[in-house]
Design a protein around this ligand. Structure first.
Ligand code: URA
Length: 184
C-alpha cells in the first residue's frame, strides 16, 4: 500500500521537537521509534527508559535485550518490526506515564499507525492496551487478538521481572509472524 516516507520523517521531526507536556523539559532525546516503513508488524511498549533517552532508540536497555531474544525465539528479527512506545519521552525515574502525558502523546502513536498501516499491532502491557483500546487486564487479555488487528501481550519489563512469563511471551510473538500478512 502507498506510504509517503516524508510523512513519517515529518512526524519524527514533530515528536523530536515536541513541547506538549512537561516530560519534554527533562528528556535528553525523544524516542519516536524505528523499523521498516511501511511496517507489517508494529510493537508498542510503554515509555522510553534511561538508555532510550540517551540514544533516541527504542528498547535498547535490558528490556530491549530480552525483547530481541524473545523475537529471535519467535522466528523474527528486530529489523522485521517497527518498535515504538505509547509516550515518546522518558518519565523521571522510569515512573509510569501519567494520564495527561498519555493524552498529550497518543496522537503521535495513532499517526504512526495511520502512516505505517501495519497488519498487526502488538500492544505490550497494560499501558499500551489501555492507551489504544481503552481496556486493561493483561492477565486475561494476553494472547488474544482483538478487532482482528491488535495482539495483546506482556511488556518485556514484566517478563524480566518474572521469567516464568517468557514462554507465553514467545508464543504470543509467534502469532505475529502468522498474522503479518493481510488475510486474502
Ligand atoms: N520500555 C518501553 O516501553 N519502551 C522503550 O523504548 C524502552 C523500554
Amino acid at each position: 500500500m502507498f506510504m509517503n516516507p516524508t510523512d513519517l520523517a515529518h512526524l519524527d521531526g514533530q515528536i523530536c521537537t515536541c513541547r506538549l507536556c512537561p516530560l519534554s523539559l527533562e528528556r535528553k532525546l525523544a524516542v519516536p521509534g524505528c523499523g521498516p516503513a511501511p511496517a507489517e508488524i508494529m510493537l508498542v511498549g510503554e515509555a522510553p527508559g534511561r538508555e532510550e533517552d540517551l540514544t533516541g532508540k527504542p528498547f535498547v536497555g535490558r528490556a530491549g535485550r530480552l525483547l530481541d531474544a524473545a523475537l529471535e525465539q519467535a522466528g523474527l528479527e528486530r529489523s522485521d518490526v517497527f518498535i515504538t512506545s505509547v509516550i515518546k519521552c522518558r518519565p523521571p525515574q522510569n515512573r509510569k506515564p501519567k494520564k495527561n502525558e498519555i493524552d498529550q502523546c497518543r496522537h503521535y502513536l495513532l499517526s504512526q499507525i495511520e502512516i505505517l498501516h501495519p497488519n498487526i499491532i502488538c500492544l505490550m502491557g497494560n499501558t499500551a492496551t489501555q492507551a489504544v483500546l481503552g481496556i486493561e487486564g493483561i492477565a486475561k487479555l494476553r494472547g488474544r487478538v482483538l478487532q482482528g488487528r491488535y495482539l495483546i501481550t506482556f511488556h518485556p519489563a514484566a517478563v524480566l521481572r518474572n521469567r516464568n512469563l517468557m514462554n507465553d511471551f514467545v508464543s504470543d510473538l509467534k502469532m505475529l509472524n502468522a498474522r503479518s500478512h493481510p488475510l486474502v
